[in-house]
Design a protein around this ligand. Structure first.
Ligand code: SAM
Length: 328
């Protein structure tokens, strides 16, 4: 799949549910409205969608949400998709999780051929964690991370840099991750969906985060890429830190991704409204995928050049849908 700007699309992020057991303050409002269950695709339909993208050249598949591990029987989907790892059609099957149920599932994920997981964790202080997530219990996530490491999974800890909640504890979070052999990736908060807070009160430019890390370590830029938008550095103590900078240094030129939601809506850019309905073609014909394939091709032909996130006082979100719809 090649888009109008010559970019090869080889990475699919598939959201398997819009539900989440947390309510992170920067992600969604406290009283979030979720999709009616009837709108959600079945696991068999999610499998068929993933298979269609893999047939078209997707080499990396990330399951996300909402929270992917709250979807009932999610391991059945992952087990089914692992056939593409065995056949060599997929290089990587991975997921992004908040980690609350990882302790339960880590062993099964490893058995299905998952090698790496991204675990979202913004603070190591139980009170701050509970406040950011509106009720999350930190010990569950730590147990999840430890279980994942024990199962042989590579863990990357993802933290959103938040001016008031964690800016000055990111160094400690990096040290904690590095002590476990995990990388820490820091993400700039994006103006996606309306939340109670003003984005300008949450946002920290990555240059400021980097400056704070540089008070602690000498950082060396690395050429290493993992197929996503992060740029990595190595600390002089050997730890890895990633930076995802959708605002301060937009990475759209190298975009290789598309997203599909749990109701079968395809989004060609995280920061734009452009979308395509894949559920209707998926359901219109169950005996073959010609309509589905045509809908995907048509959508790739409309992939926008990039997003134009801006954060300033009173600015409306770049898009109305929350991050929990597409899963990041
Ligand atoms: N529940 C899973 C998790 O927590 O990783 C997957 C979905 S969650 C929406 C994916 C990632 O998006 C998380 O790392 C979360 O912190 C991040 N995220 C949510 N809203 C964001 C925003 N407005 N800006 C930047 N990152 C955001």
């Amino acid at each position: 799949m090649i888009d109008p700007f010559g970019r090869t699309i080889s990475y699919l992020r598939l959201s398997v549910t819009d539900r989440c057991d947390l309510r992170c303050t920067y992600c969604m409002p406290e009283r979030m409205t979720f999709l009616p269950r009837a709108e959600m695709l079945g696991l068999d339909e999610l499998d068929r969608l993933a298979a269609a993208f893999i047939r078209k050249g997707v080499r990396k598949l990330r399951l996300t949400g909402g929270e992917p591990l709250v979807r009932k029987n999610i391991v059945d989907l992952i087990e089914g998709l692992s056939r593409f790892l065995r056949s060599g059609d997929l290089d990587e099957l991975t997921l992004t999780t908040n980690g609350t149920r990882l302790a339960e599932h880590a062993g099964e994920l490893a058995r299905c051929g998952v090698r790496r997981v991204n675990v979202s964790l913004d603070s190591l202080d139980p009170g701050t964690y509970a406040r950011i997530t509106r009720g999350g219990r930190l010990h569950q996530v730590i147990e999840g991370i430890d279980a994942a490491i024990a199962a042989g999974l590579e863990v990357k800890v993802n933290a959103v840099a938040l001016l008031q909640d964690n800016l000055h504890s990111l160094v400690g979070l990096a040290e904690w991750a590095h002590a476990r052999g995990a990388a820490l990736t820091v993400i700039e908060v994006m103006p996606i969906g309306s939340v109670e807070a003003e984005r300008i009160d949450q946002h920290v430019p990555m240059s400021e985060v980097r400056r704070i890390f540089e008070l602690r370590w000498t950082l060396t830029d690395l050429a290493r890429r993992t197929g996503g938008p992060a740029r990595y550095v190595r600390t002089d103590e050997g730890g890895t830190i990633g930076f995802i900078t959708p605002l301060s240094r937009n990475f759209c030129d190298g975009c290789n991704r598309v997203r599909v939601t749990c109701s079968g809506e395809m989004y060609m850019c995280l920061g734009q409204a452009a979308r395509a309905d894949l559920r209707a073609p998926l359901r219109a014909r169950t005996e073959d995928d010609t309509l589905l394939d045509a809908a995907i091709d048509e959508a790739i032909g409309r992939k926008p050049k990039g997003h134009d996130f801006v954060i300033r006082a009173g600015a409306a979100p770049a898009v109305e849908r929350h991050m929990s719809v597409t899963g990041g």
